[in-house]
Design a protein around this ligand. Structure first.
Ligand code: CTP
Ligand code: MG
Length: 179
């Protein structure tokens, strides 16, 4: 069971890391070009920028390739067991889906009147994951690594993992707030 948990987290790293890269590389050119939706609120808000979006995707691709190198060095065979083209499709689906889902989450938050940066539990932690899983499910590689059990585990542990990592970052004084 513990091994399945670790595998799920490992496989999902290329879906988890794009947002961290977006935080670092973001800030240039809001993706909604500053425009407002029919409700008079921003379409996405200043928290979604092109540099963050594409930087995040590249970050996810970088992460996955590093993981593959680590696996080959240590003899682990999860991502490295896949043919490279299949592995790359999966990686792209995870990183692109993750950033698209993140933007979709912001769209929903703005429609509910939540200002940029305000926390909206579950939307913040699951929108990116559901999109990442949806895109990944279209690839052959995904079903070699994941079944229904792994998908269920992913959906349950992701919000918990999010909570735990943020709490840790807060305790280490890397973040101002514990969420
Ligand atoms: N970011 C970005 N472009 C993206 C995603 C994220 O530039 N496509 C950067 C922004 O600087 C953003 C930060 O990463 O503030 C954190 O991302 P996130 O928490 O998703 O955005 P929020 O600022 O919280 O905005 P929202 O309320 O829309 O989620
Ligand atoms: Mg946020």
């Amino acid at each position: 069971m513990f091994e399945v948990l670790l595998k799920v987290i490992w496989v999902l790293l290329p879906a988890y890391t794009p947002n961290n890269f977006a935080v670092i590389l973001g800030g240039f050119k809001p993706m909604d070009f500053g425009r407002k939706f029919l409700d008079g609120r921003r379409i996405l808000g200043d928290g979604k920028t092109f540099s963050g979006f594409f930087g995040g995707i590249l970050g996810g691709i970088l992460t996955a390739n590093l993981q593959r190198v680590i696996e080959i060095q240590t003899g682990v065979k999860i991502l490295s067991a896949l043919p490279y083209n299949e592995f790359f499709c999966l990686t792209l689906a995870f990183s692109f889906g993750s950033m698209l889902g993140d933007a979709a989450g912001s769209f929903v938050k703005r429609r509910f009147g939540f200002e940029r940066g305000r926390s909206f539990p579950l939307v913040d932690q699951l929108s990116f994951l559901l999109f990442a899983l949806a895109f990944a499910s279209l690839t052959r590689a995904f079903w070699k690594l994941f079944g229904i059990t792994e998908i269920a585990i992913a959906i349950v542990i992701t919000p918990l993992l999010h909570l735990f990592v943020n709490l840790l970052a807060f305790k280490l004084k890397l973040k101002e707030v514990p969420w």
